[in-house]
Ligand binder design. Sequence first.
Ligand SMILES: C[S@@+](CC[C@H](N)C(=O)[O-])C[C@H]1O[C@@H](n2cnc3c(N)ncnc32)[C@H](O)[C@@H]1O
Length: 294
Amino acid sequence: MIHIPVLIREVLEYLDPKPNENFIDGTVGEGSHAIEILERNKPEGKVLGIDWDAKQVENSKFYTSRFKERIIVVNGSYANMKDIAERMHFTPVHGILLDLGYSSWQIEQSGKGFSFNKDEALDMRFNAHNPVTAEKIINEYSELAIEKIIREYGEEKFSKQIAREIVRQRKIKKIQSTFELNNVIERAMPLKSRHGRIHYATRTFQALRIAVNGELDNLQKGLLEAISILSPGGRLVVISFHSLEDRIVKNAFKYAVNNKMANLLTKKPVRAWAKEMAVNPRARSAKLRALIKI
Ligand SMILES: C[S@@+](CC[C@H](N)C(=O)[O-])C[C@H]1O[C@@H](n2cnc3c(N)ncnc32)[C@H](O)[C@@H]1O
């Protein structure tokens, strides 16, 4: 499945790549945004792509060859982008993009259990060296800890019921697959809440993915690193997909402005047009914020 880049027109407007400028794509994924940047910063401009999923680095071979030495993709977390940029002698940095969360390839083909629509092992790690999997959380954490994860990271109002049902079920048999977890969530939900606007398992799956990967801590750290390594006049563009992420971006940007490190390019988050939402479901929840370093 091809990853359709979200808010591509808006990303290019706010990142504003010019010939010979350098950009970091901290979540390079299938490279759809990076390719568009490389079309605009030629002939000498470079892109440093970072992805925490080593498989995405392998996948990048399909598009990097045509840009030769103008793109390099490394395996790592954007939370450590300062070290990575230093190690790669990648300077000056004129713009940084973060397009958070998971990609179409990861949902459809990684086999990591990101989706409740596919029967797969409960893994959910972007990085295979991470010791925590979704299966570990579900089968080993206390009921209270599971409830907290689902409530805080999923903003799920039935977190208590779901955590209770998970613990009841795992005493009978370990919960090992996405479909098994899906059935447990379904049983825990009141009948009328099983047919809402979003699928009843969405919030729990989101919560587990955030917890497994420490996504909110990564974001907090990554934003500060990004602002610190940008050159004066450099731009940071962040696309988030749920309110927890957007709140962190909003507050980090506010901190940068209050400390005279940056100015906002977007007073309010930019949303996709209805036309994009119609062809790309991921765009429905996307919010873009951008700043410019002073
Ligand atoms: C939404 S996708 C990016 C898609 C990309 N912009 C494109 O257009 O093809 C997010 C990517 O970020 C990666 N990712 C998640 N957390 C990360 C982290 N902490 N550091 C680096 N990459 C991360 C995921 O593995 C995934 O490939």
